[in-house]
Write a protein that binds this ligand. Structure first.
Ligand SMILES: [Zn+2]
Ligand SMILES: [Zn+2]
Length: 346
C-alpha cells in the first residue's frame, strides 16, 4: 500500500491541452480498487476527452489502456487483493440494468463506466477503478507492451474472432498503425490467409514482419482487384481512419464477405449498393469487448507471442505523446510509463 499522500496525474483542461498536476491520493469507494499505474497507452479515442467531444467535462484524466497493481481495495471487494496485477480498458463497468445489459450484452451498455471519460483514467500514477471492470494481467507481460492490448488489441482480436472467418479464409487488415499492426498479428496467428493493406512501398517490410502473407500497396495497386484475384476477402478489418480507403475494399470482398469497421474516419463511408446486393456483402461495426474478452486477448497474445510495438514516454511528456499520436507520428503505439514493471515476489 502506498505511503505517499499525493500523486501526479495529467489532466485535460481545454481542447488539445494537457497539464501535469499533483493530487491527494484518493480512497477507493465501495466496489472500487485503487491502482498504482505501471503504464497507460495513448489511444486515438483519448481525443474525445482531450478535445472535449461528447460532453466529457474538464478537468479529466484521459487514458483507458491501463496496466498496474492493486494498491488498496474498497468495501465489498472480495475477489481482488492488494498486490494483484490488473488492467483497465475502455469499458470498465456496465450498469447491469439497462436493456442491453438485461439481454446479456454489456458491451452495448447504455450507461457504462468509460475509463478516462466518465471517470479519471490512466494518465496518472494512481487511479481508481470499479472492481467489476478489472482485467487480470499475466505477471510475465511487459506493462508497456501489454497496455495497448487492452483496447487496440481487444478491438482487433474480438472483431476478427467474431467475424465468421475460418482458418484459411482471406482476411485483410486495412491500415498498419496502432490497431492494424496488432490486427495483422492476430489474423496470422488465428490461421487466416492474411493480407495487409496500407499506402507506400515502405510499409511492405513491416507488414511481412508482422506475419502478413501478402502486402497490398494501395498507392500503386487496385486493392479490390488484388483481393478478388485471391478469391475475395471474407473479412476486411478497417483500422485506418480513411473513408475512401475503406470503401475501396468493399468490391474486393468475397460473396457474403464483410467490411468490419473499427476506426472512425472524419467523413461518411460511401457504399455502392450494387456491391452489397450482388454478393450479399455487408458493412458492420465492432466495439471492444467485455473484461472476459480482454483477459482472453491478453492470454492469446501471450500464448502466440503477439506484442504491440510501442514508443514509451514518461508521464510528464504526455502532451508530446498525445500530439504525436494525433499526427500518426508514433511507431506504432504511444505508451506512458509511470514505473518499470515490477515482478511480484510473494
Ligand atoms: Zn482505445
Ligand atoms: Zn447497461
Amino acid at each position: 500500500m502506498t505511503t505517499r499522500t499525493t500523486y501526479r496525474a495529467v489532466v485535460a483542461t481545454a481542447p488539445g491541452q494537457l497539464e501535469l498536476v499533483e493530487r491527494p491520493v484518493p480512497t477507493p469507494g465501495p466496489g472500487q480498487v485503487r491502482i498504482e499505474v505501471e503504464a497507460c497507452g495513448v489511444c486515438h479515442s483519448d481525443s474525445a476527452t482531450v478535445e472535449g467531444f461528447a460532453g466529457v467535462p474538464y478537468p479529466r484524466v484521459p487514458g483507458h489502456e491501463v496496466i498496474g497493481r492493486i494498491d488498496a481495495v474498497g468495501d465489498g471487494v472480495h475477489e481482488w487483493r492488494v498486490g494483484q496485477r490488473v488492467g483497465v480498458g475502455f469499458l470498465a463497468g456496465e450498469d447491469g440494468t439497462c436493456p442491453s445489459c438485461r439481454q446479456g450484452d454489456p458491451v452495448t451498455c447504455q450507461n457504462p463506466v468509460i475509463t478516462g471519460m466518465t471517470t479519471d483514467g490512466g494518465y496518472a500514477e494512481i487511479m481508481l477503478a470499479e472492481a467489476r471492470g478489472l482485467v487480470k494481467v499475466p505477471e510475465d507481460l511487459d506493462a508497456a507492451q501489454a497496455a495497448p492490448l487492452l483496447c487496440a488489441g481487444l478491438t482487433t482480436f474480438n472483431a476478427l474472432r467474431h467475424s465468421g472467418a475460418q482458418a484459411g479464409d482471406v482476411v485483410a487488415i486495412h491500415g498498419l498503425g496502432g490497431l492494424g499492426h496488432l490486427g495483422v498479428q492476430f489474423a496470422r496467428k488465428m490461421g487466416f490467409h492474411t493480407v495487409a493493406i496500407a499506402r507506400g512501398a515502405n510499409k511492405a517490410a513491416l507488414a511481412l514482419s508482422l506475419g502478413a502473407h501478402r502486402y497490398i500497396d494501395a498507392t500503386v495497386e487496385d486493392v479490390a482487384a488484388v483481393l478478388r484475384s485471391m478469391g475475395g476477402a471474407r473479412v476486411v478489418l478497417g483500422t485506418a481512419p480513411t473513408a475512401q480507403g475503406m470503401a475501396q475494399t468493399i468490391p474486393g470482398l468475397s460473396p457474403r464477405g464483410q467490411l468490419v469497421v473499427v476506426a472512425v474516419p472524419g467523413e461518411p463511408i460511401s457504399v455502392n449498393a450494387t456491391d452489397l446486393i450482388f454478393g450479399a456483402r455487408s458493412v458492420a461495426g465492432a466495439l471492444t469487448g467485455t473484461v472476459a474478452d480482454n483477459e482472453q486477448t491478453l492470454a492469446f497474445a501471450n500464448l502466440q507471442d503477439i506484442r504491440a510495438q510501442v514508443e514509451t514516454f514518461p508521464l510528464e511528456q504526455a502532451q508530446e505523446a498525445y500530439d504525436r499520436m494525433m499526427r500518426a507520428d508514433v511507431r506504432l503505439r504511444a505508451v506512458l510509463v509511470m514505473k518499470p514493471s515490477s515482478p511480484q515476489h510473494p
